[in-house]
Design a protein around this ligand. Structure first.
Ligand code: ATP
Ligand code: MG
Ligand code: MG
Ligand code: MG
Length: 565
């Protein structure tokens, strides 16, 4: 590709609402542009990377014996009523009507559609097992779309669905998919972990999430240093023995509640006035300071809006800034904690005024109260209020748990018969008797992977693509201020040679100053860069730089071929 004939639109400034590195870099590089909340246009540059990911996913799915197809993104209400999910799926389901007032949704996932397809298409147990997949756009009306394409509303997913006569057969395909996913993320050059996940409301036997390791990840994962044990934090907690860790000074009470919405709801649930509202976090100092620390779009807004009077008389509702003003200390920690709707505790040891406080923190639909930290205790985040912490014994008894943060890029799930039962998807067995099929589903966030890779691999100058994801493998930069034809010709010739060898090359023929040109190539993360210049031409050498190395090297063309393999 000649850059002069491409659309590369890098920018220096990024919108202030880009909170994490990948979002900032994708905007600076011009890979995506925001159309509206959670909706992004992929520029030609961004699309090159997205297609690379897609190609690896497709290759490995095919290799694993899955069969590609394509289902509509718009799905009829009636089908979703058959599984009960028209109501149950909740507000993430975008519902729409056509001109005849018929109702549809924009597919957030495709279990209904594929099971409908399977019940009509599959006529015999002999056709099983079979594994269908598609790479297709999903829409989920996320409560908090954020971090750009990482948590978008419209996004690209690879979703596969397998059908079986027996649970054993499902197990086999599940294992095949697990291995295929491991190959995909290994090939993409990402550091990841497969972790056990909860099967939750769907039931089923097994579920694993594939998590790309990154400090900015929204998920927390626990893994053992003495065995293969790894689980997301919810699953690890569900299995953790109660004695895994000494309880805090006062008994930590866990109260399962539906989402608490208002002060009245809270009062009804806890039977007390809301000095114990634990949506977000409450911290109460003996000297009367109460800090409700919050961020985001929470119930607390309702409290602020007029219910302040219902809090104890000596309470203060505090934002981060207000705590700073009252205590002279900035609260110790604020940041994503892996629970979409929960808020970290923000207390700092140096805030002497907050000594001997009582605090609580919550997760979705679960509230903790009554933890009494001693003077000078430091609570950094909601995780600290949970049962599983780093240093706990691994649930399998082997090794000690470590906690890391991850980005969920893939999810495999044994669905069992739930959907096939609801939709009456059966095949005749060898006796001719109809059998409800067993199903597995396997998702990969194709567009999320692009952002996750950047989170894991970047430096101050920009992205550092693993080669299989890079928009081009090598950049040929021309430095030719004196406009010497031989220099341009040499660069063109090199570009041709590279292209003929099947090496994806971008020729920077925009005529920019070297500084701007290099900054762009580093920002967009091209793995290899060579400079063709008057000086190099005279010496018969090229100036080479690998994106992940700090030093330039002077090399010959043969050395370049060797480098590129
Ligand atoms: P999350 O926990 O991040 O909300 P999920 O568990 O709801 O994801 P799944 O239903 O398991 O997502 O979907 C399969 C994959 O699709 C996820 O593993 C993730 O990589 C991707 N994905 C889900 N939601 C989004 C989104 N809003 N934006 C981009 N990718 C997404
Ligand atoms: Mg989700
Ligand atoms: Mg998830
Ligand atoms: Mg998931």
């Amino acid at each position: 590709m000649r850059l002069s004939q491409f659309h590369l639109a890098t920018v220096k400034e990024v919108p202030a609402d880009a909170e994490i590195t990948s979002h900032r870099l994708m905007l600076r590089a011009g890979m995506v542009r925001k159309l509206a909340s959670g909706l992004y246009t992929w520029s030609p540059l961004g699309l090159r990377v997205l297609r690379k990911v897609e190609a690896v996913v497709r290759e490995e799915m095919n290799r694993a014996g899955a069969i590609e197809m394509l289902m509509p993104s718009i799905q009829p209400k009636e089908l979703w009523e058959e599984t009960g999910r028209w109501e149950k799926f909740g507000n993430q389901l975008l519902k729409i009507k056509d001109r005849k007032e018929q109702e549809f949704c924009y597919g957030p996932t495709h279990e209904e559609v594929i099971t409908d397809f399977a019940r009509n298409e599959l006529k015999s147990y002999k056709q099983l097992p079979i594994n269908f997949y598609q790479i297709q756009t999903k829409f989920r009306d996320e409560i908090r779309p954020r971090f750009g394409v990482m948590r978008a509303r419209e996004f690209l997913m690879k979703d596969a669905y397998s059908f079986h006569l027996t649970p054993e057969s499902l197990n086999e395909t599940y294992e095949v998919m697990y291995q295929a996913y491991s190959r995909i993320f290994t090939r993409l050059g990402l550091k990841f972990r497969a972790v056990q996940a909860d099967t939750g409301a769907i039931g089923g036997n097994a579920s694993h999430e594939f998590q790309v390791l990154a400090d900015s990840g929204e998920d927390a994962i626990a893994f053992s240093d003495g065995s293969d044990y790894a689980a997301n934090i919810e699953k690890a907690e569900a299995l953790a023995p109660a004695t895994a860790r000494p309880a805090p000074a006062a008994a930590l009470q866990r109260i399962d509640t539906p989402r608490v919405r208002t002060v009245e709801d809270t009062t009804a649930h806890f039977g007390t006035t809301p000095d114990r509202i634990l949506k977000t976090v409450m911290v109460r100092g003996v000297n009367g300071l109460v800090a409700l620390c919050l961020r985001g779009d929470h119930e607390i807004n309702e409290i602020k809006a007029g219910k302040l009077a219902e809090l104890p008389g000596d309470s203060v509702l505090a934002s981060e800034e207000e705590i700073l003003a009252a205590t002279g200390t900035r609260p110790g920690f604020i940041g994503p904690v892996g629970l979409p709707d929960s808020i970290p505790v923000i207390v700092d040891r140096s805030a002497a005024v907050l000594a001997d406080f009582i605090c609580g923190g919550n997760a979705n639909d679960t509230h903790y109260s009554g933890a009494n930290w001693e003077r000078d205790a430091r609570i950094t985040r909601v995780e600290d209020l949970r049962k599983v912490v780093a240093g706990d014994l691994s649930p399998d008894g082997q090794g000690v748990l470590h906690i890391a943060r991850g980005i969920e890029v893939g999810h495999v799930f044994q669905l069992g018969q739930k959907y096939a039962e609801a939709l009456k998807a059966t095949v005749p067995d060898d006796q001719g008797k109809p059998q409800v099929m067993y199903m597995g589903c396997y998702g990969i966030g194709v567009s999320r992977i692009v952002a996750a890779a950047i989170e894991q691999r970047h430096d101050e100058a920009g992205m550092i693509w693993p080669e299989p994801m890079a928009p081009w493998r090598i950049a040929v930069c021309i430095i030719n201020q004196r406009n010497i034809p031989a220099v341009t010709e040499a660069a063109e010739a090199l570009y041709q040679q590279l292209s003929e060898r099947g090496i994806e090359t971008v020729l920077d023929d925009r005529g920019l100053r070297p500084g701007s040109m290099f900054a762009d190539m580093e920002l967009i993360g091209i793995p290899h860069r060579v400079v063709v210049s008057e000086r190099g031409l005279a010496a018969g050498t090229l100036e080479y730089r690998a994106r992940d190395q700090a030093e330039n090297r002077t090399i010959t063309i043969d050395e370049l071929w060797a480098l590129l393999g």
